[in-house]
Design a binder for this molecule. Structure first.
Ligand code: CU
Length: 480
């Protein structure tokens, strides 16, 4: 499973998301970030779901969520040190979670958790002035996210604390809670490295569970809300293999080298690392959509998948699976009257981005552009918050891992925030400068509980099929 947590592109996604959505952001910086708390929920929800899908691919049980009063089974040694030579703290297996000096007591964490659980059960939070703020609505997840992380938008920081940020510090220092040997921040306290520690996924599964409790309080979507009149999906299929493989990837480390005067590097000396990373072969999503209206219709097309079976081969029920869905793509498409055939290439997925080139590559491209008198084009790297496209589909395995692929075609006119997105092909998945372009909640229409799955099967503008993802232990080596 290290290929997932140690993937440089995945950590780049995570840090870029945090740069776009800093927890310390407030209006004095120029704009308000819309749906900040919901976005926080969604980015972590997707990481947890993707991690679980990778675990199933590797025949592993699902993640056990964190429990403050139980032992933490997974240890972690980051094998990493700071520039001044101080090592990052490590943690043994099976430790009993303890109070951490200058951070918090275990009891504090439990109290914070219980206050949040109370708020969810009541359906409201309390702000600093003692007012009740209703959260049993579409925007409640925003307030809950602000409270759990917590960010500056937290309505009552002193009361609800900071379950997530403080939790990271608590877990990160369990190897040495009284700072006898280490007083350096742990991997969990840096966005660049947090995804490496398995405790990250345990803590986020625990937080995800709180969000689910809240979402389960909301009224399920009705047939009327879900229908897109006159529009039907006739067929869904994948063109090309759903197959992953590993490749060796050479990454220049020149930007990480000590460049102090006394370090005399030979000219043209190069240092790089070769790391295996996951990729997938090319495929495309194909959807036949019928538009029985006389007019053109703008449609939002939402593509999700979840593991069809658990690690024991038991089919995951619809209402459970939909919570574990990974988002594969979201796009807008103009439907002509009559039959429409949509082909969407895997590389176009709006939830993903290309890998950022190394500093060395950027340097070379810049030099080349200057010598030719050209502009340097880096447009494809502008929307940096997405997941690496290489990780669009989970690894799968030799026998093939079954996924339920769900496509929902909804009314684009009603869903989109402005006309601009209808024209642009570049959709900023996590919003752009604080504005989020899709009016529907993240994960719609699978974000709320589905008491009777027949409703979903009967909606003509929704469709589903089963696909298999393979990995035949193929590894493309770097050396000849
Ligand atoms: Cu976190």
């Amino acid at each position: 499973m290290a290929y997932f947590g140690e993937d440089i592109g995945l950590s780049t996604h995570y840090i870029n998301w945090h740069i776009e959505y800093p927890f310390w952001w407030n209006e004095t910086f120029g704009y308000q970030i819309e749906r900040r708390g919901e976005n926080y929920f969604w980015v972590h929800h997707q990481l947890v779901n993707r991690f679980e899908a990778e675990r199933i691919s590797n025949h592993l049980q699902k993640i056990e969520k964190l429990h403050w009063e139980r032992n933490l089974h997974e240890g972690f040694d980051p094998h990493t040190s700071y520039k001044n030579g101080n090592p990052f703290p490590f943690r043994h297996d099976d430790i009993h979670i303890e109070d951490v000096d200058k951070v918090a007591e275990v009891r504090d964490m439990i109290v914070m958790e219980n206050r949040i659980r109370d708020a969810i059960a009541h359906g409201y939070v309390i702000d600093k002035e003692g007012n009740k703020v209703d959260i049993n609505n579409e925007h409640g997840i925003d307030i809950l996210g602000d409270i759990i992380e917590s960010c500056v938008y937290n309505p009552y920081n002193e009361y609800y604390g900071s379950l997530h940020n403080m939790g990271h510090m608590m877990l990160g220092h369990q190897g040495d809670p009284h700072a006898k040997y280490y007083d350096t921040p742990s991997v969990l306290e840096h966005y660049e490295t947090a995804l490496r520690d398995p405790a990250f996924y345990k803590q986020h599964k625990y937080i995800d569970d709180l969000f689910r409790k809240h979402k389960d309080h909301l009224k399920p979507y009705s047939r009327e809300e879900l229908l897109f009149p006159g529009v039907a999906i006739n067929n869904i299929y994948i063109d090309g293999p759903l197959e992953t493989y590993f490749e060796d990837y050479e990454y220049s480390l020149m930007n990480a080298m000590d460049d102090k005067e006394e370090m005399k590097w030979e000219d043209k000396m190069e240092i790089s690392a070769i790391i295996p990373r996951l990729r997938h072969k090319d495929f495309s999503f194909n959807v036949d959509i019928m538009n029985n209206n006389d007019a053109h219709k703008l449609a939002t097309i939402r593509i999700f998948a979840w593991p069809h079976r658990d690690v024991n081969g038991v089919i995951i029920p619809f209402n459970e699976g939909r919570w574990h869905a990974i988002e594969l793509d979201k796009l807008w498409k103009e439907l002509a009257p009559g039959k429409n055939h949509m082909v969407r290439k895997c590389g176009e997925s709006s939830v993903t981005v290309p890998d950022v080139p190394s500093l060395k590559t950027l340097h070379e491209q810049a030099e080349a552009a200057i010598s030719r008198g050209n502009q340097l084009h880096l447009d494809e790297f502008v929307r940096a918050t997405g997941l690496p496209n290489r990780l669009l589909i989970p690894k799968g395995n030799a026998a093939g891992v079954e996924f339920k692929l769900v496509v929902a075609v909804t009314d684009g006119e009603a869903d989109s925030l402005n006309d601009e997105i209808n024209l642009t092909t570049k959709f900023h998945h996590y919003g752009h400068h604080g504005v989020y372009l899709d009016k529907k909640p993240h994960g719609y229409p699978l974000d709320r509980r589905v008491p009777d799955e027949r409703l979903f099967h009967e909606i003509p503008n929704f469709g589903e099929t089963i696909v298999k993802v393979f990995n035949h232990n193929e590894h493309i080596h770097h050396h000849e």
